[in-house]
Every structure is written in C-alpha cells, then in structure tokens.
Write a protein that binds this ligand. Structure first.
Ligand SMILES: [Zn+2]
Length: 350
C-alpha cells in the first residue's frame, strides 16, 4: 500500500473532547474506536502513516456552518476572537495528550523528516505537532519558544477568526478569499521568528491579503495544508489560480482537503460526494502547479468527508482512484509523501 503523510487532521481535538467526557485518549487512539475518523488501527488499515496533527482552540460555542439559502449560498460570520488565557490552557492540554500518545508508543512525535521516514517505514504513525491559529501565543512570542521545545514544527497564524497576528477567512459560499486585511505587525514578527526557528508556516484559513503578506516576507515555500481549488468550488477557504501560481513559484504545496464543502461545485455539506471529485481537484492542482506541488491534507476529524472514504481506513481508496485516473507510481509517491517531506525539510532547515 502507498503510505500517506497527510497535511492536516484534528484528532487531538477529538481526543481532547473524549478526555473531557471521561475517556482515556491513549486507549482510544491505540486500541481504536468508532468515533470520528482517525485512530491507530484505522490509520494503519488505510495506509495513513503520519501527518500534521493540529492543536486547535475551539470557540466556546459549537461551530456550525450557516444554513444555506435557496441558492445554496451561505456566509457564516467569523467566530469572535478568543482570549489568550483559556486558549493557552487548551493548547497545553492537547500537547499533553500528544506527548502521552508518544510515551505510550501509540504514535511518535517527529521533529525531522528522517524520523518521519523511519516511523512510517516501521509501521508506526508519524505525528508532527501543528498549531491551527495562534491564540495560545503571546505578543512576545515567549510561548512559541516553549511550544517549539515541546515539538511544535508547523503553525497557521490564524484559523477562520481574527487574532493578534492576523485575519482569517469566513466560511462563505460563494466568496472570494479576499475578505479583509492580512497579517498584523505582530503577525510579521511571528513569520520572521518561524523562519528563524524552522517552523513551517501554513496559509490555510488566512485571508488572501494575509497570503500575499506571508509570500512577501517568508523565506519558506508557500504551503496551504488543507485547501482546494477556488475555480471549482468558490468557497472563501479555497485558493485562486493566482495563489496557486505563487505556490508553484515558491516550490510549495497544496494538501487536498477532503471536506465536501470545499470539493463540491455547489459547496454543500453533503457526504454523498464521489471520490472522482477529489481526483478532479487534484487534476486541476497538478495542471496548474505540476506534480511536485500537490499533496494531501485530509481534515480527518475536522470536517464532513465523502462517505466513500468514511474515515482513515478508507484513505487508500483515494490513492487507488488516483492510480486508476492515470497517475504513475512516481506521481503517487510525491502526492502521498514526498512533496510533504521536501517542504518540511526546507522549512526545518535540514
Ligand atoms: Zn482547518
């Protein structure tokens, strides 16, 4: 089976919620569960051998997409900004779970591509700590230093919310990603520090202006870990062809998001969405940027995904569909792993 290193999942959020409900997150991941999308046994069955695991701070209320109107259009207002104090606690709790999984051998927290390769080859799950929105980080970036020491190697300055570092895009359909300002001065400082430390900067969820702000400032390849093609699904979270061109020029990548709202031409939250649509987004990404800039970013445990994939155990079905659509073994190696490993090596100064 073609082993996949995946650009985005929210399993830590699910495990954090399970722990709040009294479950043991290590047991849930190691022994498997029917909840959500990812655990060790299901990942293994589907060939999902690692990925960027998000520390994401949920808003106090449950996030719900705004009900679409008769035309299928919707504009979910941005969640209000979060306070740092509960955000920091939640981030610490999620990172603690990630470290407990590591200590128990349920997965391995990786800090280099050599470690990722070794864990994947040995049949384990290679987890890389990612932060999706930096509400837990202070203006002096002191917490960033500590998170880095704890293994953080990737971050998106914002989720679809505003914070002290920048502005996120709302969940809106149809909508341009150009919905407001980009990085703040502190956001620019964050980008510089990430460049220096060797922390990957992820452009999923940032406004188009924020995308260009990072493009101008960062010395890393441009990455959108879980985003799709705006020309096919005009949702604010997807990337315009102009953005794809900039990613290609930087030798960055886009990880295909399996979220049906970002795959379907109608933007609908409907799991009855064929795998062929995922292949079509990959085709467009490859046509526009070349095979070296396309990868996977499932959003497992973070979104409604096609019923035909269902959970991590069905991940191989996408890879098989890509093979059937004419992608060569070498192409699949790049899409499944090698492109991610190349950009991580670059951002991490290897
Ligand atoms: Zn996301």
């Amino acid at each position: 089976m073609n082993l996949v290193f995946d650009g985005h999942n929210d399993v830590l959020l699910r495990l954090w919620r399970s722990r709040k409900d009294g479950a043991d997150p290590v047991k849930e991941f190691a022994q498997g569960t029917t909840a959500g999308h990812i655990d060790g046994p299901r990942a293994k069955r589907g060939g999902l051998a690692g990925g960027l695991c998000a520390v994401y701070i949920p808003s106090p209320h449950d996030f719900v997409l705004k009900e679409p109107d008769a035309d299928g259009h919707y504009l979910t207002p941005l969640d209000p900004p979060l306070e740092r104090s509960p955000s920091l606690d939640i981030a610490l709790e999620m990172i603690a779970i990630a470290r407990q999984l590591d200590r128990a051998g349920a997965w391995t927290l990786c800090r280099s591509t050599a470690e990722i390769r070794k864990v994947m080859a040995d049949g384990g799950f290679a987890a890389v700590l990612h932060m999706e929105g930096c509400e837990a980080i202070d203006a002096n970036l002191d917490a960033l230093e500590v998170f880095y020491a704890a293994g953080l190697r990737s971050l998106g300055p914002v989720w679809s919310r505003h914070n002290i570092f920048g502005h996120g895009v709302p969940f809106a359909f149809p909508s341009s990603p150009d919905t407001g300002p980009g990085l703040t001065d502190l956001g620019r400082e964050l980008v510089r520090r990430c460049n220096k430390l060797g922390i990957l900067i992820d452009l999923a969820h940032i406004t188009e202006q924020g995308f260009w702000d990072v493009a101008k400032l960062s010395d890393q390849p441009l990455i959108a870990s879980h985003s799709n093609v705006h020309a096919m699904t005009p949702v604010a979270r997807n990337l315009t062809d102009k953005q794809l061109d900039a990613i290609r020029e930087s030798r960055g990548l886009v990880g295909l998001n399996y979220a049906v709202t970002m795959l379907r031409p109608d933007g609908g939250d409907n799991a009855d969405t064929p795998i062929s649509l995922m292949v079509r987004h990959i085709d467009h990404l490859v046509e526009r940027m070349g095979i070296d800039c396309v990868a996977l970013g499932s959003d497992f445990d973070g979104a409604t995904i096609p019923a035909a994939i269902a959970d991590a155990s069905g991940n191989h079905r996408l890879v098989e569909a890509l093979g059937a659509a004419g992608y060569s073994a070498g192409d699949l190696d790049k899409i499944c792993r090698e492109n991610w490993l190349r950009v991580l090596a670059s951002a991490w100064h290897e």
